[in-house]
Design a protein around this ligand. Structure first.
Ligand SMILES: NC(=O)c1ccc[n+]([C@@H]2O[C@H](COP(=O)([O-])OP(=O)(O)OC[C@H]3O[C@@H](n4cnc5c(N)ncnc54)[C@H](OP(=O)(O)O)[C@@H]3O)[C@@H](O)[C@H]2O)c1
Length: 263
């Protein structure tokens, strides 16, 4: 089946759609005829995006949403159901980079990162599930990070929250199978978005365009993939870190694959 046939008329919520990967995903899905719900905190960015989509004949609904607020999440779900009657796919993309450049275990940074990147993502998923269970269908896509597979020096708070999400995604996929709800986790390497704008990266981990991640997301949804690393060549990092962690530490050190310490 062609992408346009697969995604046409599907109701898809994308959190974090005001920028970067979420924005690029929203535009691509709207082009394929999906009904896209644009959810993030900055309504001033969502409204022009909604207009951009609808002016080209697409279908979009902007909803101001902070994923850390259950009130906002429930409103997002209610408004989606009111407008389009169902939720086919949730792409949980909202997230922020939390480094701990002091390496002194700044607990506040860890809590902030967990609140947003872990619990915020859980909020949006948990409250979408009753609707998907009622439908007895749905697909949850978690935008994780390659950093959850191999920690990066200086990025403790971010890496920890994403690693927690990795475990959660694995459990959720199995628990949701009886309800015919699919679960996919996407693990991008470094992507050229505002989130890591200030970080210089070595050539080996050069930033890929968000559109490359979008392509992987759409392919993973269509093929119901469990876990997808983008670019796929970095799959070896997972294996290497499991089998030879000291060697992979050394390789990251030598290649200067670090967090905000690069600055
Ligand atoms: N860039 C990379 O190298 C990279 C690599 C691997 C994984 N990722 C992951 O990809 C996802 C998207 O990141 P990006 O690179 O596209 O970054 P980005 O351009 O900074 O976009 C982040 C998005 O998250 C939204 N957001 C942040 N806090 C939110 C909150 N409390 N409630 C709702 N929305 C919130 C932001 O919108 P508002 O500010 O309007 O709320 C924005 O739309 C993140 O989960 C990130 O961890 C990124």
């Amino acid at each position: 089946m062609k992408k346009a046939d697969f995604f046409k008329e599907k109701v898809i919520i994308i959190t974090g759609s005001s920028s970067g990967i979420g924005r690029a995903t929203s535009l691509a899905l709207a082009q394929y005829g999906s009904k896209v719900v644009l959810a993030s905190r900055t309504i001033e960015k969502l409204i022009p995006l909604e207009e951009q989509i609808t002016s080209k004949g697409g279908q979009a609904l902007a909803i101001k949403t902070d994923i850390c607020s259950l009130v906002d999440i429930n409103k997002m779900i209610k408004e989606t159901i009111l407008k389009w009657g169902r939720i086919d796919i949730l792409i949980a993309c909202a997230g922020q980079y939390f480094p701990d450049i002091t390496s002194e275990l700044d607990i506040n940074k860890y809590q902030e990162s967990m609140t947003l990147n872990f619990f915020g993502t859980l909020n949006s998923i948990k409250n979408t599930l009753p609707e998907m269970k009622r439908q007895r269908s749905g697909h949850i896509v978690i935008i994780n990070s390659l950093d959850s597979k191999k920690g990066i020096v200086g990025d403790g708070p971010y890496v920890s929250a994403k690693a927690a999400l990795d475990g959660f995604g694995d459990v959720l996929r199995q628990e949701m199978k009886p309800f015919n709800i699919k679960v996919t986790s996407i693990f991008p390497g470094r992507v050229n978005t505002p989130m890591i704008e200030s970080i210089k990266v070595p050539l080996i981990t050069k930033k890929i365009p968000p559109e490359k991640v979008v392509k992987a997301i759409l392919k993973a949804i269509k093929g119901n993939k469990a876990n997808v690393i983008v670019p796929s060549v970095f799959s070896f990092v997972t294996i290497l870190n499991y089998l030879m962690p000291h060697f992979s530490d050394w390789a990251y050190r030598v290649l200067k694959i670090q967090g905000q310490h690069d600055n």
